[in-house]
Design a protein around this ligand. Structure first.
Ligand SMILES: Cc1cc2nc3c(=O)[nH]c(=O)nc-3n(C[C@H](O)[C@H](O)[C@H](O)COP(=O)(O)OP(=O)(O)OC[C@H]3O[C@@H](n4cnc5c(N)ncnc54)[C@H](O)[C@@H]3O)c2cc1C
Ligand code: SF4
Ligand code: SF4
Ligand code: SF4
Length: 472
């Protein structure tokens, strides 16, 4: 049984057993999530980050002829195989977190960019970009590693060091597609200065490992800003999205993956000026739209490594940013709110200044439990045991986060469900099966609506029966 599954997964995920002693081993064992940090650290520049045609991921391609045997610098900074949360938490956050699901929380503020245009056009409430603009204008930083959509290839991203307010504003918004923030560390190595680094949880892991290995550049990163991350999306996901929006890659002039208020929408603009839009799941107007959104964002287009990633809230960042998915914040909001989880003294100091000087408007504080409650995927994220067991069956390697991060059920149902999640990634890689996966997702959306409708009715009926006042 196990060898059959393993054969199946070899064809599913192109797993190759090689020992090259560089990051191609990470790619070959499906541990790469495309953070990009291996590229700038290579002493002989033999790594290039590029798209894999089979997986749609951004991966390193190594020129094996120039790779230095025994060098292994790229492996030492790579967060694909190992992240020592205890060590990095102690070193950069100052303590082992009380809660391993959301990391150490010093303070959580819900708020938004005070500039209403930025607030509306950014992802959540634009607080992250507002903070960067403030830090640059007040000369606390010389630049920031950020990601923007590529003007020449609008479906792709590029990592830049933003040294002007214009560049920072051009990079606002979530890029739900491959982005290799680690590549931005090249500029930090090359040019002394004070930089902010922005990235997903795994990009932050990469930046922290980089700081550990390259101590001489460590102080150049004065602030590490993380994005909550439920899962990265491959280029296959972008292609699926464009296909659903009926936009050809060649006719695309602009792709904004999130913005336009809260919860926001995805907009593709064609050469002839046509705008094609897809609402976020929470704002979807039809079940088909909801299914299109969840197919693209939630189930089929992750790199396999995301299924065993435990860090949803970027716990090694100075401040982590996410959406406050809680009724008390979002019920009446259409303009956008950011949830800012402050973890370090440096993070607190910069955020306090930005609030004091009016760059960010704070609305309220949130408790650590509210941070956890705001993220539906959190439990699944930290309970990686079924995924680790499933991965073992499938012959896929899993990362090492230390003893702490291997919780969850090992029941046959949990493992079967994890295998199904891996199978879904395989469906996403097969263009011919996209119609089928969309159908599956539509059925799933109908089921959610049906359940919600009938559960409510049954509960109301039960209440009526149970609490009926006896006749006088
Ligand atoms: C792939 C992905 C998954 C996410 N999953 C969740 C989730 O499960 N739950 C949740 O609450 N929030 C999630 N977020 C975070 C959320 O979408 C917002 O990015 C966050 O709340 C910050 O919003 P903001 O308006 O304050 O930031 P903005 O002002 O819009 O600034 C965003 C900053 O992030 C940078 N950035 C955008 N995309 C990327 C990327 N892919 N890689 C590196 N840097 C990037 C931009 O360069 C910009 O500097 C996710 C974001 C991404 C990109
Ligand atoms: S082992 Fe060294 S030389 Fe080889 S790819 Fe990695 S960093 Fe470059
Ligand atoms: S450093 Fe990042 S991009 Fe390079 S192999 Fe590791 S996970 Fe992949
Ligand atoms: S789920 Fe984890 S590994 Fe995947 S993109 Fe997000 S932070 Fe990176």
């Amino acid at each position: 049984m196990r060898s059959v599954l393993s054969l199946f997964s070899k064809s599913m995920f192109q797993i190759k057993k090689t020992r090259l002693g560089n990051v191609e081993d990470i790619v070959n064992s499906s541990l790469c999530m495309g953070c990009g940090v291996c590229e700038p650290v290579c002493p002989v520049r033999c790594i290039k980050i590029d798209e894999s045609e089979t997986t749609g991921q951004q991966i390193p391609i190594v020129d094996q002829s120039t790779c230095i045997a025994g060098c292994d610098v790229c492996l030492r900074v790579c967060p694909g195989e190992e992240v020592d949360f205890d060590l990095l938490n102690e070193k950069y956050i100052g303590k082992i977190p009380e809660r391993k699901d959301i990391g150490h929380v010093k303070n959580t503020i819900v708020g938004h960019a005070s500039d209403s245009k930025l607030r509306f056009s950014a992802s959540s409430g634009g607080a992250l970009t507002a903070l960067l603009v403030y830090l640059l204008e007040k000369d606390f930083i010389d630049g920031a590693v950020v990601v923007r959509m590529n003007a020449d290839h609008p479906h792709m991203t590029e990592v830049i060091i933003a040294r002007t307010v214009e560049d920072l504003l051009a990079s606002k918004g979530s890029k739900y597609c491959p982005a290799s923030s680690g590549q931005g560390l090249r500029a930090i190595m090359r040019e002394p200065g004070r930089y902010a680094f922005v990235g997903l949880s795994c990009h932050v892991h990469a930046a922290r490992k980089f700081q550990e290995v390259f101590r001489k550049y460590s102080n150049r990163i004065v602030l590490n800003l993380g994005l909550f991350c439920g899962g990265g999306i491959t280029f296959n996901g972008t292609r699926f999205l464009l296909e659903q929006l009926d936009v050809e890659e060649e006719e695309l002039v602009q792709l904004t993956l999130r913005g336009d208020g809260w919860p926001g929408k995805t907009t593709a603009v064609k050469k002839d000026g046509t705008r094609c839009e897809l609402n976020k799941r929470a704002g979807a107007t039809t079940l088909h739209e909801a299914a299109t959104y969840t197919s693209w964002m939630h189930r089929y287009f992750f790199p396999p490594r995301c299924l065993t990633c435990t860090d949803l809230t970027a716990q090694l960042a100075d401040i982590s940013f996410g959406d406050p998915w809680l009724d008390r914040f979002t019920k009446n909001d259409t303009q956008g709110l950011s949830m800012m989880v402050v973890r370090t003294t440096a993070g607190q100091r910069f955020l306090d200044l930005a609030i004091r000087d009016g760059a960010i408007t704070a609305i309220d504080n949130a408790t650590p439990q509210e941070v956890a409650d705001s993220q539906k995927k959190l439990n699944k994220k930290i309970q990686t045991r079924p995924y680790r067991i499933a991965a073992k069956f499938l012959g896929i390697a899993t990362p090492n986060y230390g003893e702490l991060y291997n919780e969850g059920s090992s029941s046959p149902i949990a493992i079967a469900s994890a295998i199904w999640d891996y199978t879904r990634l395989w469906l996403g890689r097969n263009h011919r099966l996209w119609k089928f996966l969309l159908l599956l997702e539509e059925v799933h959306q109908h089921r959610i609506v049906f359940q919600a409708k009938w559960r409510g009715r049954i509960i109301r009926l039960m209440k009526k029966i149970t609490f009926r006042t006896p006749p006088q």
